[in-house]
Design a protein around this ligand. Structure first.
Ligand code: SF4
Length: 469
């Protein structure tokens, strides 16, 4: 069964309505789940650990690739079988089915309601209709912990901060804009307020997410907002600078995801060199060859990415780059693919993920000529991953013998048997780890959510092994 969301901190009475909640998909979907759970909790609902124990179930779905669609549909079927009252939200909820209607309703007509992503209010309306909210004025408060930031589904020491919703690009392989709409940036004052509440609530690592972080504020023409009584532009540079200063006050990290290599990103690199934000960039390049990028209609496809990365590394030699790629895009020639492998080696991409191209229903790329056989797409993915691994491990080897700051994610028995953490080069869930050995000094303990320094002694697969001191 898919993992159920832990119980929210709301006191139960025999009549407290219970909602089962399953959250699938990417960090952006996770923040949608957090908003819904915060609202449920504020209204006095309780979340149930099992489908059977719930009065109804909400499934937040993902509709990005075929596997994710299958997982979402299976979860809906399971919730219907075990509970019967199901509300569906998220990206799959916005998809059209084979019959031209809503895909979820076509396949599961008995669900109570279906919404697209980022639809807290519609989900709450559906909940109210099928499970009236409890009347307890004392519960009409957002529960504490992160205050302004609401409930979080991540461990207490790290949190995702969503700065915008939607995207103005129309990459030919992607249907996100049709599900989430054009870019809408959150007001900078609201974003900074949430960040402050998170730091004050004990967050030690803030992960900035969106569909296109570098485009933050484009939709509002970089409007000037206010924070702490001072004017501040709705723009990536100002946002990152202010978040970095805030993080410094709280001894915390800021990590940037989904950054496209526009020239404006060059201004962020000095902030990394100064230690204001982590020298880590998650840049979804998808490919390197200009013709493939053009067919993909990628943002910043005209940029000279290799030269840009080299310049970034001159300014900030510590920089770790994570990226995702697609192998076997329609029409990809062997020469174009070889260009991608060369890019991977020359750009020294520290962490690379790769999908074999798979047609996504409703995506423009399906109409492109030159669809490659599945076996060839898979073979190219495997060749890509072999090179990616080689580069990544060589980069990790360079860390052996150095001392790194590690944020501790797990430390049973106060770290006496060691633990697990991450360095600045490792984002949670997607990158490697630092496996911590038991500290040499008996008096040294490790605690989840705290930092320790560790001497890196070896590389194990995609992970580092460190000796805390
Ligand atoms: S930038 Fe491209 S891949 Fe990313 S969300 Fe927008 S359209 Fe999709």
């Amino acid at each position: 069964m898919s993992e159920m969301i832990p119980t929210a901190a709301v006191p139960t009475t025999p009549t407290t309505p219970q909602v089962g909640f399953v959250s699938l998909g990417c960090p952006k979907a996770l923040t949608d789940s957090e908003l819904i759970l915060t609202q449920l909790s504020a209204e006095g609902y309780r979340t149930s650990k099992t489908f059977e124990g719930a009065d109804l179930v909400i499934v937040n779905t993902c509709g990005f690739i075929d596997e994710a669609i299958k997982e979402s549909l299976d979860t809906i079927a399971e919730a219907l079988n075990e509970n019967g009252k199901v509300i569906v939200t998220g990206c799959l909820g916005a998809k059209t089915g084979a019959g031209g209607g809503n895909m979820v309703l076509e396949l599961h007509p008995s669900v109570l309601a279906v919404t697209g992503p980022h639809a807290t209010q519609e989900v709450m309306d559906a909940v109210h209709m099928h499970l009236p909210k409890p009347h307890d004025p004392f519960l009409d408060l957002v529960p504490g912990g992160f205050g302004e930031a609401g409930l979080k589904l991540t461990p207490r020491h790290y949190a995702y901060l969503k700065i915008s919703e939607g995207c103005n690009h129309r990459c030919t392989f992607c249907i996100i804009p049709s599900m989430r709409g054009d870019l809408v940036s959150r007001p900078i004052g609201d974003v900074l307020k949430e960040a402050k509440a998170l730091f004050q609530g004990g967050v030690k690592e803030l992960l900035v997410i969106s569909q296109d972080t570098s485009a933050y504020g484009v939709d509002v023409k970089y409007r000037t907002g206010f924070w702490d009584g001072k004017p501040v532009k709705t723009r990536m540079l100002e946002l990152v600078q202010t978040l970095g200063e805030m993080a410094r006050e709280h001894g915390a990290w800021v990590r940037l995801h989904y950054v496209y290599p526009y020239p404006s990103v060059d201004d962020i690199i000095p902030l990394m060199a100064q230690g204001l934000v982590l020298p880590y960039l998650d840049v979804p390049f998808q490919h390197s060859h200009p013709d493939v990028l053009k067919r993909m209609k990628r943002p910043a496809s005209g940029e000279k990415n290799l030269e840009r990365i080299q310049r970034w590394r001159e300014l900030c030699p510590e920089l770790v780059i994570r990226s995702t790629f697609i192998a076997g895009f329609p029409g990809e020639t062997e020469e174009e693919f070889a260009h991608l492998l060369d890019f991977l080696r020359e750009a020294q991409i520290d962490r690379a993920g790769c999908f074999a191209y798979s047609p996504v229903q409703g995506a423009k790329a399906n109409e492109l000529p030159g669809m490659l056989p599945k076996a060839l797409r898979e073979e190219r993915r495997a060749r890509f991953m072999a090179v990616a691994e080689e580069v990544s491990i060589a980069r990790l080897q360079q860390r052996v013998g150095t001392t790194m700051q590690v944020l501790i994610d797990s430390a049973p028995a106060m770290g006496r048997r060691g633990g697990v953490g991450r360095s600045f080069g490792d984002a949670p869930e997607i990158d490697g780890l630092v496996r911590l050995l038991p500290p040499e000094k008996l008096s040294k303990t490790l605690k989840v959510g705290e930092f320790t320094r560790a001497r890196i002694v070896s590389v194990e697969g995609h992970d580092l092994v460190g000796l805390p001191f």
